[in-house]
Design a protein around this ligand. Structure first.
Ligand code: FES
Length: 106
């Protein structure tokens, strides 16, 4: 199981053992990562599952997809590495992934 680190806006850290085949959002929610609200349940509609992918991992997770872009722009979140966690499938290659979460998902 890939081990993934979430760093909250206050600097607190949580680690999860993620299930391959589920999205990063699904893994975060099922492991109680509170900063991931995921109001729309993973349909790329709410923008409340935003994470900031650590620079060292952006080539592995990939860049913002065309599906994500309009929603991310609508949130006015221009933080480097911003992605929708519901659009990041967890694969074995993500073992060690580090993501940060926003102070607010509004
Ligand atoms: S869960 Fe709603 S956009 Fe990701």
């Amino acid at each position: 199981m890939p081990r993934i680190q979430f760093i909250a806006a206050d600097g607190s850290e949580e680690f999860i053992d993620a299930v391959v085949g589920l999205s990063l959002m699904e893994n975060a929610v099922s492991n109680g990562i509170e900063a991931i609200r995921a109001v729309c349940g993973g349909n790329a509609y709410c923008g409340t599952c935003r994470v900031y992918v650590d620079p060292a991992w952006r080539a592995v997770t990939g860049e913002v997809t065309e599906m994500e872009l309009p929603l991310i722009e609508a949130t006015d979140d221009t933080t480097p590495g911003v992605r929708l966690a519901c659009q990041i499938p967890v694969t074995p290659a993500l073992d060690g992934l580090i993501v940060r979460t926003p102070l607010s998902q509004e």
